[in-house]
Design a protein around this ligand. Structure first.
Ligand SMILES: [Zn+2]
Length: 243
């Protein structure tokens, strides 16, 4: 009997073609809130990426109504989320496009000695990558694993319950279901090859993977959590926004 082994392949640093910034562009980032330590933690995350990509960032702590800000940051909510690159332009100027609740855990600069801080650091690097138009590795058109629907639903329900504590009283069951479905689709569904630019080098160490146990998949092993940019993340960031 023939026995075929499919090589395990994943993809690192999937860039969304529609939402990618212009190479060399200067992004204006406005802090809507946060103390100096929290803002410095966010800036540290941008700085890590800016070592590898040809984009510039200017930071502002006060809004000037005549100015247009590409990315608006809030650190107040207790969750982390980001619009994808230029998608932020579709959001009203007084609304956040990058939510970094984890910044509260970090004190000004990244600290790799404390486990909780390390995770918060990883979260900031991941969310800032979304703001730079990078998508999840597991959304690559050829991502080889197949998620179990139950796992996706659990992730999304937990996330929504955390983010919107009042969801059960504020929304109808149909609305809750729709919100969960939209959230799941946004973070787990695959892109078509035309929608993205991506590496084809296997790299399960990408900062853009979700941590998941083997039980999350119909096929395939689990994915570990990573809090640092992988070598392929750095390499592909530089290819997508070259100097
Ligand atoms: Zn993400």
């Amino acid at each position: 009997m023939a026995f075929f082994v499919t090589p395990l392949r994943a993809y690192s640093l999937v860039a969304n073609n529609a939402y990618k910034w212009e190479t060399g562009q200067t992004l204006k980032v406005l802090f809507l809130d946060g103390n100096m330590a929290e803002q410095k933690a966010v800036i540290s995350a941008f700085k890590v990426w800016l070592n590898y990509i040809n984009l510039n960032v200017e930071y502002y702590t006060e809004a000037n109504k005549d100015e247009f800000y590409d990315i608006r940051v809030t650190v107040k909510p207790n969750f982390d989320s980001s619009r994808i690159g230029k998608e932020a332009h579709q959001i009203a100027q007084d609304q956040p496009t990058l939510t970094l609740g984890s910044a509260k855990i970090l004190s000004a600069y990244f600290d790799t000695t404390n486990a909780k801080k390390k995770e918060a650091q990883g979260t900031l690097l991941h969310e800032v990558a979304h703001a730079l138009a990078f998508q999840h590795e597991h959304q690559h058109p050829n991502f080889p694993y197949e998620w179990k629907r139950q796992f996706i639903e659990e992730v999304c329900i937990n996330r929504l319950v955390r983010a919107y504590k009042k969801i059960k009283t504020d929304k109808s069951p149909a609305e809750i279901e729709q919100t969960i479905e939209d959230s799941c689709d946004r973070d787990f569904s695959k892109f078509t090859p035309e929608e993205v630019t991506a590496s084809d080098i296997f790299d399960e160490r990408s900062i853009m993977t979700y941590e998941a146990p083997s039980s999350a998949f119909i096929n395939g092993a689990g994915i570990d959590r990573h809090n640092k940019l992988s070598a392929a993340d750095r390499e592909w960031a530089a290819k997508i926004y070259p100097f």
